[in-house]
Design a protein around this ligand. Structure first.
Ligand code: F6P
Length: 322
């Protein structure tokens, strides 16, 4: 066996299922005779040497919990040349051969930078945003969509009862997938995402026309990354349609919560792959799921794969809402 001392960290926004990935990495690693070390608060903890040994019992009773038992952070100082050099130095001091990094775009970019400094890193996509091109799903996305869906169903009751328009703002700075998938599953009338243009007049025309057809409710799902504030949008809609319009910002409600089976399974299978590759002596990889299969990509290449917006889903939402 090649790599023996493995560090595990979670970085960036927490995502439900991160704990399932940690649990699997630790237990499969122990099973293969590796020494596993937890690193607290992502790259911040790495820079501080907040590193502790883990065993099978360290990860008991975490599978069903949201958040991350290791803690997480967005570390600015890690991104600097000095920060990256310091991180590599700390790993050398602790004798850690390889890292498993569970996080989103920024975290995996950090993983690639470490890899360029000669450290073997396995990246596991953990973010609610689903914004990584090399994988069909990121760990946490399914739970976030499920949470949004519950909210949409509740708000739809009030929308119908009061004949009001609702703008529901969901997360997604650059990627509209949470809005798209929860909008499709939740029967939203309109979805606004950062990747596609929108026209407020068109939205207002749809609201008036659907109201004339007797529709009581009207739900607009808007990604936070769309370039108009939800309040401004609601005021404009109210002015142009004469319909009362309310705003609900789901915000951090989407980040926590018990992970769905889909997220637990993806996290577990990706973590298993990561540890087994390390045991085989692999170089750095990004692990993803493509057409239901767990796949390992060259980490450099993985981060260049552009994510495609699912325009067909966007169009279908429009058709179904007519
Ligand atoms: O985890 C991803 C994400 O939820 C984005 O959609 C959002 O813009 C961002 O994190 C905000 O998180 P924070 O306040 O932790 O930086």
């Amino acid at each position: 066996m090649d790599k023996r001392k493995i560090g595990v960290l979670t970085s960036g926004g927490d995502a439900p299922g991160m704990n399932a990935a940690i649990r699997c990495a630790v237990r499969v690693g122990c099973d293969l005779g590796m020494e596993i070390y937890g690193i607290e608060r992502g790259y911040e903890g790495l820079l501080e040497g907040a590193i502790f040994p883990m065993d099978r019992n360290s990860v008991a009773d975490i599978l069903h919990k949201g958040g991350t038992m290791l803690g997480t952070a967005r570390s600015e100082r890690f991104k600097t040349e000095e920060g990256l050099d310091r991180a590599a130095e700390i790993l050398d001091t602790f004798g850690i051969d390889a890292l498993i990094v569970i996080g989103g775009d920024g975290s995996l970019t950090g993983a690639r930078e470490l890899s360029e400094r000669g450290i073997t890193v396995m990246g596991i996509p953990g973010t609610i945003d689903n914004d990584l091109g090399f994988t069909d799903v990121t760990v946490g996305f399914d739970t976030a969509v499920t949470t949004c869906l519950e909210a949409i169903s509740k708000i739809r009751d009030t929308s119908s009862a009061h004949n009001r328009v609702f703008v529901i703002e969901v997360m997604g700075r650059d990627c509209g997938d949470i809005a798209l998938y929860s909008g499709l599953a939740g029967g939203a009338e309109t979805v606004l995402i950062p990747e596609l243009p929108y026209d407020v007049n068109e939205i207002c025309k749809n609201i008036i026309q659907s109201s004339n057809r007797g529709k009581q409710h009207h739900i607009i799902i808007k990604s936070e990354g769309v370039g108009i504030s939800s309040m401004e949008l609601a005021e404009e809609i109210e002015r142009k349609t004469g319909r009362e319009t309310r705003v609900v910002v789901l915000s951090y409600l989407q980040r926590g919560g018990t992970p769905t089976s889909t997220d637990r399974l993806a996290a577990t299978l990706m973590a298993e792959k990561a540890v087994k590759l390390l045991a085989e002596g692999s170089d750095s990889k990004a692990i993803g799921m493509v057409h239901g299969e767990i796949v390992a990509f060259d980490i450099e290449e993985a981060l260049t794969i552009k994510r495609e917006t699912v325009k067909t889903i966007y169009d279908l939402i429009g058709v179904l809402a007519k």
